[in-house]
Design a protein around this ligand. Structure first.
Ligand SMILES: [Zn+2]
Length: 368
């Protein structure tokens, strides 16, 4: 089994993580005091973290999403967003993440006076500060922003246009998030069209709590290049008692076209999409060689890090260093950063990093 130290030192890539789902509990308490946010259930960081985790682990996506009211509540000022984004980059870098796309819905931070553009600007500024701190501590990280629109709201076109305006400053794509049932991706077709006409990138939360129609619409109507979760694609796969696997047309399309799946096992258990990590389709899908990537979704709500998620996968399915590298290269191949940037990270950071760890492991096995 991989040690947590090995997992932490291994270079990792992250494609699905929410800025408002990864705040440090102590930062929420600080910001609430600084900006007179009244709603917190407790001002003790440890109790607050436990309260949020309990609230997220209620086996319903709608209940899971309720816990964001407090994190979004303290993200209404420029300096608060900068601080949270900087700490996000710093925490990921310290965890051995070398490339991250972190998403946020700027419309959530416009309750007071900020505009969409000001929110995105603050987010990017925070990532620059945090990445610089990470590099100074010996953990370089490339941070990118995905701009999200909320699927139950009606601002997706405006949000998509804002995402396009910031594409040369570190925004690499557009996403929709929020409750899936009743809010199918085609509601936001105009926003997706805007993005596609600008040759920009799309990932869509689809197939998390809702099934195949959502995945089908995301891919075939909205132009999604990746699927956020996409876990329900298993509904189109049957495994016979003798082990024969049959893929339906949609599952075959997803595998043949190498559509990346941004899988987040622990989050799926908490939101009720899957009963346990042991039963999570991530294992079947990786064995069938779908383009699987491993992600955190919401580090605070689920009490996870990229490393802990890899450790859980290794404990449950025995993935080892080889599969860990495969998942990481899958993520780098699927990232929305320009090709040359991704290639440089794969060849100069990811592959040498795993080669080094493998050499270290064989030395341990061989003995002195
Ligand atoms: Zn998500």
């Amino acid at each position: 089994m991989l040690t947590i130290d090995t997992i932490q030192r291994a270079p990792k890539a992250l494609l699905h993580d929410h800025l408002d789902g990864g705040l440090r509990p102590s930062t929420i308490v600080d910001l609430a005091a600084e900006y007179s946010y009244q709603g917190l259930p407790t001002t003790d960081p440890g109790e607050l973290a436990a309260w949020i985790r309990r609230g997220a682990d209620r086996k319903s996506l709608e209940l899971y999403l309720e816990t964001f009211v407090h994190t979004v509540g303290v993200l209404q000022e420029r300096d608060a967003i900068i601080r949270v984004a900087a700490e996000c980059a710093e925490d990921l870098a310290a965890d051995g993440v070398v490339y991250a796309e972190v998403r946020y819905a700027p419309e959530l931070s416009t309750e007071r006076k900020l505009t969409l553009d000001e929110v995105i600007d603050a987010n990017l500024e925070g990532f620059r500060i945090g990445a610089a701190r990470g590099a100074a501590a010996g953990h370089p990280i490339t941070m990118k922003v995905l701009v999200t629109a909320m699927r139950q709201a009606a601002r997706s076109v405006e949000v998509a246009e804002a995402a396009i305006r910031w594409r040369d400053a570190g925004v690499v794509g557009f996403d929709i998030a929020g409750p899936e049932a009743g809010y199918r991706p085609t509601r936001h077709l105009e926003a997706f069209d805007r993005i596609r006409h600008e040759n920009f990138h799309i990932t869509i939360h689809a197939g998390e709590s809702f099934g195949l129609p959502s995945i089908w619409e995301a891919l075939q109507f909205c132009g999604a290049e990746r699927l956020g979760h996409g876990v329900r694609i298993v509904d189109d796969i049957s495994v016979e008692p003798d082990g024969t696997v049959r893929l339906g047309r949609l599952a075959a399309f997803v595998r043949d076209r190498r559509v990346p799946l941004e899988m987040c096992p622990t989050s799926n258990v908490h939101s009720g999409a899957v009963a346990s990590v042991g039963e999570h389709p991530v294992d079947l899908l990786r064995r069938l060689r779908f383009r699987v990537t491993l992600n955190t979704d919401n580090r605070l709500m689920s009490g996870v890090s990229v490393s802990s998620e890899f450790a859980t996968l290794d404990e449950t399915f025995g993935i080892g260093l080889g599969e860990m590298e495969w998942l990481t290269i899958n993520a780098m191949k699927s990232a929305f950063a320009p090709f040359d940037e991704r290639l440089a990270l794969i060849n100069e950071v990811v592959k040498p990093g795993y080669a080094h760890l493998r050499a270290e492991q064989s030395r341990v096995v061989a003995g002195p």
